[in-house]
Ligand binder design. Structure first.
Ligand SMILES: *[C@@H]1O[C@H](CO)[C@@H](O)[C@H](O)[C@H]1NC(C)=O
Ligand SMILES: *[C@@H]1O[C@H](CO)[C@@H](O)[C@H](O)[C@H]1NC(C)=O
Ligand SMILES: *[C@@H]1O[C@H](CO)[C@@H](O)[C@H](O)[C@H]1NC(C)=O
Ligand SMILES: *[C@@H]1O[C@H](CO)[C@@H](O)[C@H](O)[C@H]1NC(C)=O
Ligand SMILES: *[C@@H]1O[C@H](CO)[C@@H](O)[C@H](O)[C@H]1NC(C)=O
Ligand SMILES: *[C@@H]1O[C@H](CO)[C@@H](O)[C@H](O)[C@H]1NC(C)=O
Length: 547
């Protein structure tokens, strides 16, 4: 443990005494110890808040729920762009996509936009040992084919070897043959290397925790899991948690009549898989046959439960190594995923289902009373044999927050200086934040709420009519940008002309608008946009977006 190693036996005794005193003094007395806490940042890939701790009644996620029971749960957290690389670059630098200028997968911010300091880099420069396991930065060009090593990480980022099989013919179809399918429950012992990327991720993370837990310096470990991103390749036993007869369609599976064509994402990546191709679904609007929609939902949820088991093992290791009382844990995802809502699938849109993410902060002594000696904080829970109501609910915050808030919040929690807010023109400023610290929300004795808060997201399109590259246009093909604001009352999106050579958005050139009122239309199916009726909202929006 960090504290004991650096101070020796005497300090250990004092620490124990103080803690004993603290426990004896009453469990509701919160003594938040900020110095030299470790950080464990757990990222999921394409995970919307389909978790029991977010009120989902179908999904079995006992280990994440248990973490949430000792945490602050942000019920309304939003990603800045609903696709992997832009979202990750955005929240890891705490800048919006318009400042990273990354809307696709094809540029590295340090040379393309500005030499922005990243979240792990900031911890590294403050004496932390920083480590990356799996998908933290988006791999490839977006992180200079190095996951931004050595700037962000003290040791070489780890990538699981079995990731190489993710897009190969390893999924056994109903015909008994191996295919490159969307739905891919597998017998792990029949997989190449007899493992899966997320299993390897957990093993590596456990090894790293063992190697650093008694070092003098604190650690910042980020573990980026690959699920529930497609293909849904996971151990087949998790299917048993979701009998197909228990599955239901999205509450709003039809494409709403008021949905502008530019807002629709045609889920091109799903169509490429062999099992989906065999369905001969028409482009761009489908629909996917109902029986297959149910299967996609079933497989997504099964992949979530597999992910949950990985998280459970990782958190159990914190207990094993005595780290649960000295480690901040954050669980989140890069963005959400449509499961048939509005006739849409995958990410690539501005709707809540694509932009909303789980965001859970555990800070020992702050979001929950300091763990006591003896009982485990995060005992592993087996999804196949647990009683859901046994897991107590955590404290929820309803305020709208953004993923770019993660960086300043973690800095604040770790008692590092919070980076200053960025000025309007921040292209050449290495260290500043476009988010804000959420520290005020994290004290269970005084949970705050901010009804006025809003979140900004955006999505680019090459054209008004859905085409093959509408989900993920390259920068040079972008012609329209959908700017979206989400308040507690509404989601308001304007699709405006965009010039990819100057990065200029032209708000005189409105291609379409969307306005959904959250209370009466939580699924966002009834587009109330009318430029003359809602001039006041439009003005508010305009004021923020035009410097
Ligand atoms: C970018 O910043 C890093 C440290 O944050 C520094 O080592 C590097 O030299 C900088 N690169 C440029 C081009 O300024
Ligand atoms: C990106 O990687 C290349 C090849 O390793 C390296 O030469 C270059 O300096 C890196 N870019 C930055 C900004 O560090
Ligand atoms: C998984 O594959 C192994 C090796 O082929 C086999 O022994 C085992 O019975 C399979 N398990 C199931 C549940 O089919
Ligand atoms: C399926 O639904 C039935 C009826 O609601 C329920 O009793 C059963 O527990 C469900 N099965 C699973 C595995 O959740
Ligand atoms: C696929 O659908 C198209 C019309 O949507 C139809 O013309 C074609 O025959 C179908 N192909 C197969 C193999 O079913
Ligand atoms: C907006 O609403 C007003 C009042 O109902 C109506 O007169 C006008 O035609 C509408 N405008 C559009 C663009 O639908």
């Amino acid at each position: 443990m960090v504290i004991t190693e650096s101070c020796g036996w005497f300090a250990l005794c004092v620490h124990i005494l103080l803690r004993f005193h603290h426990v004896a003094g009453g469990a509701d007395h919160v003594n938040f110890k900020t110095d030299r806490l470790n950080v464990l940042l757990i990222l999921a890939d394409d995970l919307r808040p389909s978790l029991a701790c977010y009120g989902d009644t179908v999904v079995k996620s006992p280990n994440i729920d248990q973490l949430a029971s000792k945490s602050i749960i942000f019920q309304n957290a939003f990603a800045q762009q609903a696709v992997c690389a832009p979202s990750r670059t955005s929240f890891l630098t705490s800048r919006r996509p318009d400042t990273t200028r990354l809307y696709d997968f094809n540029s590295y911010w340090r040379v393309h936009a500005g030499n922005y300091t990243t979240l792990p880099q900031y911890f590294k420069s403050n004496g932390y040992i920083t480590m990356s396991v799996g998908k933290v930065f988006h791999p490839g060009i977006a992180s200079n084919r190095s996951d931004d090593y050595p700037y962000s990480w003290s040791v070489h980022p780890y990538h699981p070897s079995s990731l190489a099989f993710e897009r190969q013919k390893v999924c056994r179809g109903p015909d008994g043959q191996l295919h490159e399918n969307l739905l891919c429950p597998v017998n792990v012992s029949e997989m190449p290397e007899k493992t899966l990327p997320d299993i390897q991720n957990t093993e590596e993370a456990v090894q790293l925790l063992k190697s650093v837990h008694n070092k003098k310096d604190p650690f910042f470990l980020s573990v980026g899991y690959y699920k529930p991103h497609i293909p849904f390749r996971y151990p087949e036993e998790y299917l048993k948690l979701y009998p197909i007869e228990n599955m239901s369609l999205a509450p709003d599976p039809a494409i709403p009549s008021g949905l502008p064509s530019v807002a629709y994402n045609p889920w091109t990546d799903i169509r490429e898989r062999e099992d989906v191709q065999a369905l001969n679904i028409s482009f761009p609007y489908g629909p996917i046959p109902k029986h297959f929609q149910l299967k996609i939902r079933q497989n997504y949820f099964a992949a979530v439960s597999f992910l949950d088991a990985q998280v459970g093992q990782l958190l159990g290791t914190l207990d094993d190594l005595g780290l649960s009382d000295s480690t901040i844990v954050v669980f989140t995802s890069d963005h959400g995923w449509s499961l048939g809502e509005h006739g849409e699938w995958a990410k690539y849109s501005n709707f809540d289902v694509a932009t909303r993410v789980p965001l859970i902060f555990y800070a020992p002594g702050l979001t929950s009373p300091h763990p006591k000696f003896g009982p485990r904080t995060f005992p592993f829970i087996d999804a196949f044999s647990y009683t859901p109501n046994r897991i107590s609910k955590g404290n929820s915050v309803e305020s709208i927050v953004e993923l770019i808030d993660l960086f300043p919040t973690l800095a604040d929690l770790a008692a590092l200086e919070v980076p200053p807010s960025c000025p309007d023109q921040s292209f050449h400023i290495d260290l500043c934040t476009e988010g804000s610290s959420l520290m005020d929300f994290l004290n269970i004795n005084n949970v705050q709420n901010d009804d006025e808060a809003i979140a900004y997201s955006q999505y680019p399109r090459p054209s008004n009519i859905p085409q093959k590259n509408s989900d993920l246009p390259h920068l040079e093909d972008i012609r329209i940008m959908g700017y979206s604001i989400r308040s507690a009352e509404y989601r308001y999106t304007l699709w405006v002309g965009f010039d990819p050579s100057t990065f200029h958005a032209n708000f005189q050139d409105v291609h379409a608008g969307e306005l959904y009122f959250i209370e009466s239309d939580p699924e966002q199916d009834f587009n109330m946009y009318n430029s003359s009726l809602h001039a006041d909202l439009f003005q508010k929006f305009w004021k923020h977006l035009i410097p």
